[in-house]
Ligand binder design. Sequence first.
Ligand code: MRU
Length: 368
Amino acid sequence: MRVNGRHYRTIWLEPRKKETIFSIDQTRLPHAFVIEELKTSADIESVIKNMHIRGAIVIGAAAAYGMYLATLEAPANEHFDAYVLEAANRLKATRPTAVNLAWAVERQWEKISRGTTIDEKISLALSTAMAVAAREEEACRKIGEYGLEIVKQIGGEKPGKTVNILTHCNAGWLACVDHGTATAPIYAAHDAGLKVHVWVDETRPWNQGARLTAWELGQHQVPHTVIADNTGGHLMQHGMVDLVMVGADRVTRTGDVANKIGTYLKALAAQDNAVPFYVAFPSSTFDWNLRDGVAEIPIEERDSGEVKKIQGKCGDEIKTVLLTPEDSPAVNYGFDVTPARLVSGLITERGVCEADERSILGLFPEHR
Ligand code: MRU
């Protein structure tokens, strides 16, 4: 992804400074583009908890780098493994819904524990962190290619006209290592010269859409319009949405999808209006152990202050203001589950499939 004309990943390591991880502070966007330097596994834990780094794919990559930093700070003696395992548990506990976090940490531990010396373990941790980031980047690029075919097909049904795509939250470049999940097909379509326009749900309470997706699309010059979260149903009733495309934080083997709170309501409206509803994600987002998303996917509950307050720019200052009566209680569920029956298709790095176990296992037979 390009920012002010320069290519960035959301998280990276510079070859000459191998003990520092660089990342973009998402809490400062869209008003400031700030790069942070992360030097310890505790730094990584903190930026994931505080959402400086957020989005299922990039939190997985960040946790993989966090494990690498844990190997650098672990005592070079018989306590090395115990230290790294403790860091693994702390990293896994930072956010409960996106399974990519546990996936990346477990992959790291499996590789690190193959090392026979401490130097070998550190070197395996570094190569695995870089491989996780590279794998996710490539998966998102492929999601873009497969999703482009869907946009092309819908575009083919209204020649010369703009394809209007509604998206929720930020399932973009910022939520991944590069390209995005739901936005990868949008960037691919725009780059291929197709006329696309994106309806960007603001995504209260944290406003990932209004703040991040709108900024990203703007950087890539993709036409877009920010809408209040409750607008999508009205747009669909009036034929103003051709396609809904969202990302995911955890998908069961039966195709139930956990994504940012509010996704389920968009899926209901899409079904009522016969608008295709696609979910784009790499295979690291599958939880192969789960079958019933509503009953089994853990839903993060965040600080109610995020609902009661809102942050924005006032003159040159970023301010947080109170929206609600001081004493009104609020509740803040971070995610909801869209049952597979409401999903038109899943876009993965291996292709597009239906949201059911047979079709998913057709693409991923190793999980039969
Ligand atoms: O709470 P967040 O901002 O981390 O939630 C992110 C989302 O729900 C995204 O839509 C999701 O991670 C899919 S994109 C990788």
